[in-house]
Every structure is written in C-alpha cells, then in structure tokens.
Ligand binder design. Structure first.
Ligand SMILES: [Zn+2]
Length: 61
C-alpha cells in the first residue's frame, strides 16, 4: 500500500517566524557580555542580545 503525499513547499513561514516573534516582542534573548557593572548606576547589569534581530536589552540587578 503506497501512499502518495502531495508535494510540500518548504515552509517560508518558518524563516519569517523569528522576525514575526521579534516584532511581537518575543525576542530570543541570549546573554551578550555577561554581567557588566554599570558605573553610572552603581549596579550590576546583564546585557542580553536577541539572536535573531540583534536587539539589546539590559537587566538591572
Ligand atoms: Zn529579536
């Protein structure tokens, strides 16, 4: 019994999914430089960078 599957296009949406997520505010955060001491604020800051779009955010400790 052979089943013929219809030809499936490669999912273009998968490639765009990341940016869509980023635009929705769901970035793929990764620690960029580890913990940095912010002299101005006198606090430890963790720098995160989004792997997909390169956005940066700081997290104060
Ligand atoms: Zn992003």
């Amino acid at each position: 019994m052979a089943e013929i599957l219809p030809f499936r296009k490669p999912k273009a949406s998968e490639k765009h999914q990341g940016k869509t997520l980023c635009r929705s505010g769901f970035h793929k955060w990764k620690v960029d430089k580890g913990k940095v001491f912010d002299v101005k604020q006198g606090k430890l800051v963790t720098v995160y960078r989004c792997e997909r779009c390169g956005a940066v955010k700081n997290e104060l400790r």
